[in-house]
Ligand binder design. Sequence first.
Ligand code: UT7
Length: 330
Amino acid sequence: MPARKKARITGLGSYLPERVLSNADFEKMVDTTDEWIMSRTGMKERRIAAEDECTSDLGAKAAKLALKDAGLKASDIDFILVTTTTPDYLTPSTAALIQAKLGNKNAAAVDTEAACTGFLYALSMAKAYIESGMYKNILLVAAEKMSAFVDYEDRSTCVLFGDGASAAVVRDEGKGFYIDTVSLGADGTLAELIMIPAGGARHPATAKTVEERQHSFKMSGREVFKHAVRKMGAAAQGCLEQAKLVEDDISWIVPHQANERIIDAIATKFHLSNDRVYKTVHKYGNTSASSIGIALDELTRENSLKRGEHILLLAFGAGLTWGASIITKM
Ligand code: UT7
């Protein structure tokens, strides 16, 4: 019998647009202060894409870096799996647009949407496709142009989000990280806590929906905060049990970067010192689905991880959705 295939991440890449939007900039735009933003979120700056730079452009740039890191050409990829909350269009998919930008007509291409948990949902699909033998070389791209859906007159949400993209090559051979476990969850009864109310089939765009600013993110922040800490904690516990590991076996946590206070609460729960929790929230804000990939890419570039080190990835977002994954350095 042939050996069981084991999915692994063999290349990582990330891309952040150049333009910086700082807390000082927000002080001039809405009724807020650097002190409020820093103390409530840990955010100092975020990156904003240029007007003519869209989600597929950000994603394609991250994808090229991940391919280079994996030592593959675009033509080696047989499946492009994109996760985004902010697609270029409702249809066609952003994955199809990225396929065209990479110039690989042989790859199948699809989008999946799980908001800020998108990276982990896509990772679980890539793992399943690889381990079933259906595809050989998958390109996972998480890209977001959040600034296109942020209401820059709503101080309760506009300070939180930034643009960015990350990508990972997932295969069944090559060096990198084994994807040991992925554990996912969702609760659609809480869908209204984070949403873009209009622009979909329920409330198509009208002059009224535009006037009422219904085409941008609305969030009940305080409620979401409580669920985030609870659900990510439970997902992490489930993932550890599945992998037959305990808290002490984890050397790094790479969480979704929604709020430094959420990240710190999770670290405390797992008795992990702050310097083992990787953060980008201060410089990029919340980049939704792309945040975990960006943080993982930077973590691996800044630290020489040792073989056998376990990393816990954690995410939470609209849906509500949440998830955890353990990956292990090869
Ligand atoms: O990535 C998807 C998942 N998203 C999350 O996980 C986000 C989770 N939630 C959060 O991170 C936090 O709830 C926020 C950062 C969004 C808000 O922090 P908070 O401590 O929960 O504040 P709050 O919403 O309870 O608001 C407290 C006060 C309010 O004033 P009153 O009603 O107490 O007078 C707000 O109006 O702060 C006010 N406020 C602001 N003040 C200055 C809200 N936004 C701002 C602002 N500047 N930008």
